[in-house]
Design a protein around this ligand. Sequence first.
Ligand SMILES: Nc1ncnc2c1ncn2[C@@H]1O[C@H](COP(=O)(O)OP(=O)(O)OP(=O)(O)O)[C@@H](O)[C@H]1O
Length: 295
Amino acid sequence: MLELSNVNTFIGRRKIINNVSFTVKDGSVVGLIGPNGAGKTTIMKTILGLTKFTGVITLNGKEITENNHSPLTKVGALIEHPAIYPFLTGLENLKLYSSNKIDMMNIVEQLKMNAYIDLKAKGYSLGMKQKLGIAIALLNKPRLVILDEPMNGLDIEATILVRKIIKQYSSSGTSFLISSHILGELEKVMTAVVLISDGRVITNCSIEEFEKINNQQYQLYTENMPKTLQSLNDYNINFSQSSNHIVVSRGALSSIQKILYQNNILLLELKLQQPSFEDLVVTSLKNHRGSQDEK
Ligand SMILES: Nc1ncnc2c1ncn2[C@@H]1O[C@H](COP(=O)(O)OP(=O)(O)OP(=O)(O)O)[C@@H](O)[C@H]1O
């Protein structure tokens, strides 16, 4: 299990990561999600002991520090661009890191890289390089795999393959920390969410909890929408507009009922909205920014 406790990361004098704590349990797939510049890559680099930080990071009880990387022997990682030697073939690149030939050839097979694995990596496309980077991260039966934007440049077939491999590895106990902008893709594999904004964790829970907490939006439709909008504005009720209805939070429903009644507006429809995972993330970030603004 990976455990981060009150981690602060500094680049120069600037604090990029602020008091971050979360855990990645064995066999779990944690999605590290956040807007551009939120600090996802920096958190991953910090876990790998590549930055200056304060706080405590442990892997299976052993502390990782800037100077002690020994707990990382069972960690595979792909951060930013894969570390590939262009004048070596794909296989030669893999051999540099691999300690088990059978395991290495299995990964080549699983990722369907056989057709080009003996060609020099300098001729690889973006997706081919990315697959080689993922293969390197999966070598030597890692306990934890850290993948920064793994689906970058992958076609749909490769994306499905990688997703299948993540599921297979995690079911045998390997844990994953994955950042991705393709939320729909991440949603299919992750078991927990760590949502970050401005270097801070704003949500840290299982995917089921995340959907439950944020699933409290209702669609509202009345006989007089302009008057409804005006009334909700007058009473400072938070809402958003979507095509022909209004979206409100569950917590605002009782106030809205009163407002509609007082203003003689007939409610025609009220139904629970099932948002996409993407909507949930956007709403969480918006709510977080709203609460920050109020402070
Ligand atoms: N080497 C560096 N020097 C100075 N600032 C840096 C450096 N690396 C990152 N930062 C800053 O740290 C913050 C977090 O960057 P980071 O790359 O971790 O974000 P990210 O969430 O991975 O973003 P993205 O989704 O765009 O990849 C940003 O404000 C960035 O400008």
